[in-house]
Design a protein around this ligand. Structure first.
Ligand code: AQP
Length: 336
């Protein structure tokens, strides 16, 4: 059971990233080790170049993201923790996979449509081929499982098709990975617009809870969260109640309860205020220790670089044999 997942060093990590992905990463490293294998987690700085970025800030954002992941509980002794740009095998494999990826499939990707619609200047080729590099990230490790939030479902499905097409054409070289989406927390919504996902590039600051927000800011954001005007207020999930459903999901994912248990626990609540306070308290309890560890980890950039260097060395022991097999199967490079 080998696990791979990547996370972008864009902006500040938010509660959606945390509950949809990071919680799964921490759980996955133990599960992979128990199965005698390993989980690989990658800060995908090359993917962050698919939308406008500031070169002077990129490295800083990579360190920020690395420190958040380590503070959340990633253990570089137990998992393999890498930076994407340290791994030329990923970009080489992306080129090879491009040969079995159709332009039409890439054109159908929701993320490409949404992000290209938001670009004011250049819509880069890298934004278009983002899913091919993501496929290469995972397939280079012959990973079995890809833990992601619901927004990445389409990219993982494309990755599976690409791996299958490669194997059909060149022989059984790649592993077709499985998607792993958490049962609650897979799609955390913006607190101000609960019909849109909480997002780094698309949402509002007021509707986005950042992992590093101070407790007071977290309380304020939940207090102002959009709910509904049902009278009397009902703390239940439902298609017509996206704001309340989102708060129930957050509380449920944060406390490790089912949404039904959350609804039952708030059956006597006087109104949405109680739900908001309970959710803010749970989120603060979850994130306070992360914030504390983050400060110490972020301060030591040399230590973060050393973790990436050690991770890349372990990673290459997996990716280089895959690339050798891929080149041989495709008839690329010298005779082996
Ligand atoms: N709202 C969300 N709910 C649950 N999971 C989410 N993820 C992202 N948003 C939510 C999951 O977080 C992981 C890392 O995502 P990323 O690498 O795309 O990082 P990001 O750029 O910080 O995430 P955003 O907010 O999704 O950025 P945008 O939309 O601006 O590109 C992934 O597993 C993702 O599913």
């Amino acid at each position: 059971m080998r696990i791979f997942s990547g996370i972008q060093p864009t902006g500040r990590k938010h509660l959606g990233n945390y509950l949809g992905a990071i919680v799964q990463y921490v759980e996955g490293q133990q599960r992979a080790a128990d199965a005698g294998d390993v989980a690989i987690y990658c800060v995908v700085d090359l993917h962050a170049m698919t939308v406008p970025w500031e070169p002077a800030e990129m490295r800083e954002r990579v360190y920020d993201t690395a420190a958040v992941l380590l503070a959340a509980g990633l253990d570089p002794e137990q998992c393999i923790f890498i930076r994407q740009s340290d791994m030329p095998e990923h970009t080489e494999l992306a080129w090879h996979l491009g040969a079995v990826t159709s332009h039409g499939d890439l054109n159908r990707m929701h993320q490409f449509k949404e992000k290209s619609a938001r670009q004011r200047d250049l819509i880069s080729a890298d934004l278009f081929t983002y899913p091919v590099l993501m496929a290469a990230d995972v397939l280079a490790y012959r990973a079995n499982e890809v833990p992601v939030g619901d927004d990445q479902r389409q990219h993982v499905e494309l990755m599976r098709d690409v791996a299958q097409r490669f194997n059909d054409r060149f022989g059984e070289v790649l592993v077709v990975p499985e998607l792993r989406i958490p049962s609650v927390g897979a799609r955390i919504m913006d607190l101000q617009d609960p019909t849109s996902k909480m997002s780094t590039t698309g949402g509002s600051v007021e509707g986005t809870v950042y992992v590093l927000d101070e407790p007071k800011a977290v309380e304020k954001k939940f207090k102002r969260a959009v709910t509904d005007s049902e009278d009397p207020p009902r703390i239940v999930r439902g298609a017509s109640k996206p704001g309340v459903s989102n708060l129930i999901d957050i509380l449920s994912a944060t406390r490790g309860m089912t949404p039904d248990e959350v609804e039952a626990s708030l059956a006597d609540a006087r109104g949405y205020g109680d739900l908001k306070v309970a959710t803010a308290d749970a989120v603060n309890e979850l994130l306070a220790p992360v914030r504390e560890r983050y400060t110490a980890l972020r301060a030591d950039e040399d230590a973060l670089e050393a973790i990436f260097a050690a991770g890349a060395e372990k990673a290459r022991a997996i990716t280089q044999p895959t690339l050798r097999d891929v080149r041989a199967a495709m008839g690329i490079g010298p005779r082996t």
